[in-house]
Design a protein around this ligand. Structure first.
Ligand SMILES: [Zn+2]
Length: 364
């Protein structure tokens, strides 16, 4: 079973004082993938600099945190209490990471955010240093250390991005160029879908033009970092899901959901064919009102036109966390085409998809 660590705020401060080298905001273990807000886009070209170049650019304190994975003293950061409207960028490379509406007062001594700006700007790495099990967060563009990610956040996302002030540069809304902020069309968006066995759904979306990545995993349950075996018991509450990152300029949530309702049966409660259990439920985990409204209008239209001859039972749930499944579940169909399940269950779904969406397949 999983070990979950909980510490009170006062214990956290104490721990931080004892060991400032460990970003000491120990909460429950965080997932490998985290909620994002589909709002702002920036150039994602990777920044490579030598240590000497970073030393020249950054202050000593910034270098210690960003390049040597140090931690500033709790309650010492200049952005801890900042409530101004604006964007928080990586202090090393300017990558736009968070906006003011994502910040909340966590009382942990470091600036905290409940989600990140969309587009894969932040990468996560397992961090087992200092005798703790944590998820480190780094700027995906320059590799700068930001802090840690915990799944004990108090808002709807359940996430707490605990970030050093020294890793961030704040740009006030009034100083932002007109192109920055929420009006910008995101470069990518993310949706998490449960349509029965994730091997099937993943195989289909890997072929849809505009889908940049597909990961198989688990969502909607209570267990932190569940294994496939945990989820198969049906007791964790998780559904098998795929998480898609897509380019809204090439495909759309509307199209993605039309594929979703084509390749699985949304009328069978907690069941897809021979796969039975709540882990096989039909569910859409939305990240914002726009996603929820799009999904709801499609479901309403399917029911109104009685497309399936039965009501759609697909659940609409607010996204909280996604846990990537074990490596052998990723790209399962393509790695195991000769397996009977792939030939008999997945192959017919792919053929149906290829026929109906033949103009929308990725150019191989
Ligand atoms: Zn950076």
């Amino acid at each position: 079973m999983k070990t979950i660590y909980f510490l009170s705020a006062s214990m956290l401060v104490l721990l931080a004082c004892i060991s400032l080298s460990a970003c000491a905001q120990t909460g429950s273990t965080a997932p490998a993938t985290m909620p994002v807000s589909p709002e702002v886009s920036t150039d994602q070209s990777v920044v490579h600099k030598t240590d000497a170049e970073w030393k020249k650019q950054l202050s000593n304190e910034q270098y210690y945190v960003l390049r040597e994975k140090g931690t500033e003293a709790p309650y010492s950061g200049k952005l801890l209490l900042n409530k101004e409207k604006g964007i928080y960028k990586c202090a090393a490379c300017g990558n736009e990471l968070f906006s003011d509406d994502m910040k909340f007062d966590s009382h942990c001594g470091w600036p905290s955010f409940d989600r990140e700006i969309a587009g894969g700007k932040i990468k996560t790495v397992e961090d087992n240093s200092h005798g703790m099990q944590r998820t480190e967060i780094m700027c995906a563009r320059c590799g700068g250390h930001l802090g840690h990610l915990f799944n004990d956040g108090p808002t709807e996302t359940g996430m707490r991005y605990c970030v050093n002030s020294l890793s961030l540069e704040f740009v006030n809304q009034k100083d932002l160029p007109a192109t920055a902020g929420k009006a910008v069309i995101p470069a990518t968006d993310t949706i998490t879908l449960g349509g029965g066995c994730f091997w099937c759904v993943e195989a289909v979306y890997e072929m849809l033009d505009g889908v940049k990545s597909v990961e198989s995993g688990f969502s909607g349950g209570t267990t932190v970092k569940p294994s496939y075996a945990d989820v198969c018991t049906g007791s964790t509450g998780h559904a098998e899901v795929v998480q898609l990152v897509y380019d809204p300029a090439v495909t759309s949530l509307d199209e993605i959901l039309k594929v979703f309702f084509t390749v699985h049966d949304p009328t069978t409660l907690n069941r897809q064919g021979a796969d039975v259990g709540t882990q096989y439920r039909s569910v859409i985990f939305y990240r914002n009102d726009a996603q929820r409204n799009t999904a709801k209008s499609i479901i309403d239209a399917l029911n109104k036109d009685d497309v399936y001859g039965k009501p759609v039972v697909t659940q609409l749930d607010a996204f909280k966390a996604f846990y990537k499944a074990e490596d052998y579940h990723q790209d399962y169909y393509n790695q195991n085409k000769s397996e009977p399940y792939c030939r008999m269950v997945i192959q017919p779904k792919i053929e149906k998809f290829e026929k109906l969406f033949k103009d929308r397949l990725k150019k191989m």
